[in-house]
Design a protein around this ligand. Sequence first.
Ligand code: UD1
Length: 423
Amino acid sequence: MDKISIRGGIALQGDIKISGAKNAALPLMTACLLTDKPLKLINVPELSDVESMAELLSQLGVVINIEKNADHQTIEFCAKNLLSTTAAYDVVRKMRASVLVLGPLVARSGEAHVSLPGGCAIGIRPIDLHLKGLQALGATITLEDGYVHAKAPQGLVGTTFTFPIVSVTGTENLLMAATLAKGETRLINAAREPEITDLAHCLNSMGAKISGIGTDTLIIEGVDCLHEATHQVISDRIETGTYAMAAALTGGNIRLKGTRFDLIPTVAHLLQQAGVHLEQEEKDLIVKAPSSQRLQGVDAMTEPFPGFATDLQAQWMALMSLAEGASMITETIWENRFMHVPELCRMGANITVHGASALVRGVKGLKGAPVMATDLRASVSLVLAGLIAEGETLVNRVYHLDRGYEKVEEKLRACGADIERVR
Ligand code: UD1
């Protein structure tokens, strides 16, 4: 199994092009199921999660054409003839985003059969709100043999649905389903993540009628059918935040190409409080660590957008491990998202977990070690720690990284990091 070997201590200098967002690309890909006309997506990242979603869509009968050039990947999806309405356990278990086929399939075909995702390393990850929302839209839901069976043979009907808690995939599933429902749907307390805004814009270019985009109330006027469209996937805000923290942690200076401050508003603010210099220069974000003094410890609490993203919590912890003073990091989205703590501690970090909070007392240095993590963002936090640790860090279970970070070692190496994949 591949590993990543890092010899730390080099300040990163150079340019990193930010890829298309994984968490935008996956729902956008499932939007192709809403129409029999082609949907072309530009700037799709080359990631194993994208491959898994493409595999699931082709099992459903979607015809897929991939074009690659030096800069990015464009994929055209055409769901002219759907062959199946079932997403099997094997694929849903591997990638929870597979549940996003539920809303589009039931809206277009009047039925969908999707395996229940079950738990995963970061928590229970229920989909009860997706199901309640679809029921409110008129679908009949039954659970049998570990599968959700959703049926709406006469089509879905617009409704008002209030999310009791903010759910990103829940909002995406219902937003897509409502585009083809009869009449108006209002999604209240909807998630406002940039990936949802991107999905709504794409759906509108396919002929949907969505307003309130970017707010917590989405209003969808159902239409009879959607049509052909071409859409460019937004830049990955989690990759942006991760590399900004890599620059900050190593005392470096990086230009993040093709990304924006407003994709990471809270994280950018906290980085500035910690002493990092950030500047938007047209389409690029410049990140400079302070030249002499250490970063300052700053508290962070994960929250739905525009708050601090849970997907950047592990990386922030790696950064705070070396800051001056203490930092309290609180995780409010997932109940089990501190698996990186024991690994960071093995590298010399001083972190104590109390329930949903971790107290990080900054240390002067970390030491390389063989480490492993059980999820995507935890793995990348260990890569960040490895970039500053003395000696060699060997990160195991690289397949987690390949799910969500395009060409991670290539991008870091281009900024001077001593990093390689060991097969
Ligand atoms: C969540 C994060 C997203 C992140 C992703 C992967 C938020 C709001 N969402 O999205 O930023 O990229 O994890 O780490 O930050 N919930 C229910 N019932 C449901 C759906 C969700 O109780 O039907 C709960 C979950 O247990 C969780 C919270 O709602 O506590 C947010 O879940 P949700 O946003 O749906 O998860 P993801 O879409 O995976």
